[in-house]
Design a protein around this ligand. Structure first.
Ligand code: PEP
Length: 268
């Protein structure tokens, strides 16, 4: 069975007002209603403060909701953190974990991400586990080693039968449109060849670690400056099962063409 497609919009710290978040989410949800998504899933990850209002606005539509991060404990004296139970309470189905901005700007480790992955699974939230190498690591020939380590340590103690609830997002750091992550690097989308190599490597690791049945069904998204102009070639690759999109997910006009491209590829 081929993995389903999953398209996610990561709004980061870009849409600051609840009213604006609701308006964009509503436009995306309305556009989605006109499409036959089949098994494809689409989610957005607004700021925490907008989650509840967005959840109300998109209730009953095809658009799903994700948290951008969470803590690995349920509750307690942990100032500034967000509980998986709170994400569930406002209607999140997914949670982004280990995004490179969390890893590189906020110092999150694979061990912490592993605790979060296990907690999300326990709480019935689908973790979107983000992995990816920096430009320097790729230049040093470490692409496979870095991604292998992030996968192995972030998925430690996860059982094969839990895998159907996990999504992997391969996001090479050098392709993410973020100058803080890439101070001296020309930011550009991975070529289909580069993405294909990495996705095949990740798939092979998943299959060899978790077995053919579990390992071959996890969606592997590509993320990094994906937009209307470059998504068709990437999404045409059978090894790319969707996308995690930052900048281009911030409006219905820029996000919908990517979703439509994914659906077009699925029909081929
Ligand atoms: C991301 O940060 O997940 C991402 C893919 O961002 P962008 O599309 O803006 O490069």
């Amino acid at each position: 069975m081929t993995p389903k497609y999953v398209i996610g919009g990561n709004w980061k710290l870009q849409i600051l007002r609840v009213e604006e978040a609701v308006s964009i989410a509503t436009a995306i949800a309305e556009a989605l209603e006109k499409l036959d998504l089949g098994t494809t899933e689409v989610f957005i990850a607004p700021s925490y403060t907008a989650l509840y209002a967005v959840a109300q606005a998109i209730k009953g539509t095809k658009l799903k909701l994700a948290g951008q991060n969470m803590y690995f404990r349920d509750k307690g004296a942990f100032t500034g953190e967000i509980s998986p139970d709170s994400l569930k309470d406002v209607g999140c189905e997914y949670v982004l974990l280990g995004h490179s901005e969390r890893r590189r700007i906020f110092g999150e480790t694979n061990a912490q991400i592993n605790q979060k992955v296990k907690k999300a699974l326990e709480k019935n939230l689908k973790p979107v586990l983000c992995i990816g190498e920096t430009a320097q690591e790729r230049k040093d020939g470490q692409m496979e080693a870095v991604n292998r380590q992030q996968l192995a340590e972030s998925l430690a103690d996860v059982e094969p039968e839990q895998l159907s609830n996990i999504i992997i997002a391969y996001e090479p750091v050098w392709a993410i449109n973020n100058p803080f992550l890439n101070p001296n690097v020309e930011i550009k989308t991975a070529t289909p060849e580069q993405a294909s190599d990495a996705h095949n490597f990740i798939r092979a690791w998943l299959v060899s670690t978790f077995g053919e049945t579990a390992g071959s069904q996890i969606p592997i998204q590509y993320g990094g400056s994906m937009k209307a102009g470059n998504c068709v070639d990437l999404l045409a690759l059978p090894e790319i099962n969707g996308g995690l999109i930052g900048g281009a997910s911030l409006s219905s006009e820029t996000f919908m063409p990517i979703i439509e491209a994914a659906l077009g590829q699925m029909k081929k």
